[in-house]
Design a binder for this molecule. Structure first.
Ligand SMILES: NC(=O)c1ccc[n+]([C@@H]2O[C@H](COP(=O)([O-])OP(=O)(O)OC[C@H]3O[C@@H](n4cnc5c(N)ncnc54)[C@H](OP(=O)(O)O)[C@@H]3O)[C@@H](O)[C@H]2O)c1
Length: 244
């Protein structure tokens, strides 16, 4: 698929899935606009890579990322709200309420901030686009120890569905994508948990022993196919099949 010259915004692009997507898209000839709280994986090259430090919990920072991407590239074909956190992990009865609030701020309000910036741009510009909010299988299955994560990802699914209806007449296609299991820092954190805090931990340690992960290259290909290919999903919620 030829994606040369298309533009993608990716939040949480300093490491893990976001960094991998940024590298794959850029190598495929796309323009990328990236953010994270630390430096994104690609430095700003003044041309096809725009890179900035920004926290998704700051709505003005998301508006600024959007503005700068439009200034540089003219239009945004694909916006991926990928930034996310897993913790706090543990039984809800033991969690620190302040940490739960911070989690929701990043995983729910952060996605809403990015989504809002993008759909406001699309309406203003009178053009359509594709939104992908990175969800998880944990949006649909409850795991002991992950109450915050399950709740925030379920919220991502439903907020994406609501916005897809709100913005359909503006030409938005929106997806909440469960990317599969990818061996990032988030997986390292999962494997380091005590079973009393996360009873399913052994399943994830076994995945490491089996190297049973999807790669960011595979996820990048699948997302581009969903965004720009012919076999576009009709459902908002998409579970990527595992692959390498
Ligand atoms: N890995 C998996 O198996 C898996 C499975 C299902 C879903 N997911 C989802 O995929 C996404 C990426 O996960 P990952 O595994 O790549 O995680 P990761 O390795 O922990 O990376 C998370 C990224 O998000 C950024 N980030 C965190 N808080 C941020 C904030 N407030 N503002 C801006 N950026 C922020 C981090 O950068 P800074 O720290 O520099 O800000 C980092 O670049 C997440 O939404 C996750 O829930 C992952």
């Amino acid at each position: 698929m030829n994606v040369t010259g298309k533009t993608a915004v990716i939040t949480g692009a300093s490491r893990g899935l976001g960094a991998g997507l940024a590298r794959e898209f850029y190598a495929g000839g796309m323009n990328v606009a990236l953010c994270a709280r630390t430096d994104p994986a690609l430095a700003d090259d003044g041309e096809r890579a725009l890179s900035m430090r920004a926290d998704v919990t700051d709505p003005d920072a998301m508006a600024s990322l959007c503005e700068r991407a439009v200034e540089r590239f003219g239009a945004i074909d694909l916006w991926i709200n990928n930034a996310g956190v897993l913790g706090p992990i543990g039984m809800l009865r033991d969690l620190d309420p302040a940490e739960v609030r911070t989690h929701m701020d990043v995983n729910v309000l952060g996605v809403m901030n990015g989504t809002r910036a993008y759909v406001r741009h699309l309406r203003g510009a009178g053009r359509g686009g594709v939104l992908m909010n990175i969800s998880s299988g944990a949006a649909r299955t409850g795991y002991a120890g992950w109450s915050a994560y399950c709740a925030s990802k379920a919220a991502v699914d439903l907020l994406t569905e609501a916005v897809s209806i709100e913005e359909a007449d503006a030409g938005l296609r929106a997806y909440a994508v469960a990317p599969g299991v990818i061996d990032t820092d988030m997986q390292t954190l999962i494997r380091s948990q005590r079973a009393e805090d996360f009873p399913s931990v052994e399943r994830f340690r076994q995945m490491k022993r089996d190297e049973a992960f999807s790669t960011t290259e595979h996820v990048a290909r699948e997302l581009l196919r969903l965004a720009f290919g012919n076999d576009q999903a009709s459902e908002v919620r998409v579970d990527l099949r595992p692959g390498r």
